[in-house]
Write a protein that binds this ligand. Structure first.
Ligand code: SF4
Ligand code: SF4
Length: 326
């Protein structure tokens, strides 16, 4: 079995991109420790716990020689949040509109791995992961030629942009590896300038504790006052730094039914979301990546976004309007 066979099979299974990286001491892997030491991971303590494994996939699969990376386009035909002037519209990150990618991509990765086991004359060791494993997928994606890590920290493929789910198979097979992707950000800084919370503190360095994705998804406590206004109408994640990226200006769209927006989230407004009963929200969250916040977290975010929608420019949270203060 050779890399090109695996890539062809990946294409058959619905993956848009596939590349192979070496399971070696890639220089970018070391930055995670420094990033955590700077406190940029906030309350994501699982990152600290798994930091040693994340530093080298050979701590996960000791015999690993290669990492197969797949990329799956999830962009659909809905406009970008930055094109919407309606302050009452709820913004949900594009990746979360459809079915839970952990389940959908996970099944496809297992199918790819099962096919590899059938094809291989010798048994081999392997583990497949979709996002939740102790693997720095983006670093391996760059070294697998799938795309470069942009200044917005997303992997960008020059053909299809950055609306892609990454997944990895760590394996002991000595496959032919790809050439790393070349950084094509150049002098552009659009993502850094567009970030409403200044979360991209240096090119390719995200202070997650400032990022709306972290504030609306990972953070269990109340969203800090200093960031509430900047959260705007975002009720689950944020796409701004990807939307402004020129490499996504004409991103292709996926016809895969799995990523099409569920009716419950499709161009929904904040008031509608706020008025939904718990059981309606629970039903809509089932099988969706948005289960992470559960109903309670979603309600917290909708409350902040609603307050933002009614605040006048210049007002802050907890500050009543001029009319009310009289
Ligand atoms: S996702 Fe939003 S808040 Fe986070 S870095 Fe990108 S633009 Fe900033
Ligand atoms: S917006 Fe510009 S700097 Fe940011 S990731 Fe895209 S190309 Fe790179």
């Amino acid at each position: 079995m050779i890399s090109s066979d695996i890539k062809a099979k990946a294409g058959e299974l619905g993956f848009d991109l596939c590349g192979v990286a070496p399971a070696s001491d890639l220089p970018e892997l070391a930055f995670l420790r420094e990033w955590l030491d700077r406190g940029y991971g906030g309350t994501m303590t699982y990152l600290h716990r798994s930091a040693a494994k994340r530093a080298d996939v050979r701590r996960v699969v000791p015999t690993a020689q290669t990492v197969i990376i797949t990329g799956t386009l999830y962009n659909t035909d809905r406009p970008y949040s930055t094109e919407c002037s309606d302050r009452g519209r709820a913004h949900i990150a594009r990746y979360a509109w459809g079915d839970d990618y952990h389940d959908v991509i996970g099944a496809r990765m297992e199918a790819l791995l099962a096919w590899m086991r059938e094809q291989s004359p010798e048994p081999f060791e392997a583990r497949a992961y979709v996002d939740t494993g102790p693997v720095q997928e983006r670093v391996y994606a760059q070294h697998a030629g799938v795309g470069w890590i942009g200044k917005n920290t997303c992997v960008i493929n020059p053909e299809i942009g950055s609306w892609i789910f990454l997944a990895a198979i760590i394996c002991s097979l000595p496959l032919e590896v790809d050439a790393p992707a070349l950084d094509q950000c150049g002098t552009c800084t659009l993502c850094i300038e567009a970030c409403p919370t200044q979360a991209i503190v240096a090119p390719g360095v995200l202070d997650a504790t400032r990022c709306i994705s972290y504030l609306t998804i990972e953070l269990r406590a109340a969203i800090p006052d200093e960031h509430r206004a900047a959260v705007g109408s975002h009720v689950y994640g944020c796409d701004i730094c990807q939307e402004v990226c020129p490499w996504n200006a004409a991103a292709p769209r996926s016809a895969d039914p799995a990523w099409q927006p569920r009716a419950a989230w499709d161009r929904v407004d904040l008031l509608t979301l706020a008025q939904r009963q718990d059981d309606e929200l629970t039903h809509a969250l089932r099988g969706s990546p948005m289960t992470r916040t559960r109903v309670q977290g979603l309600r917290r975010n909708v409350a902040v976004a609603l307050e933002n929608a009614v605040l006048q420019p210049g007002e802050t949270h907890g500050q009543t309007s001029t009319e009310e203060r009289r």
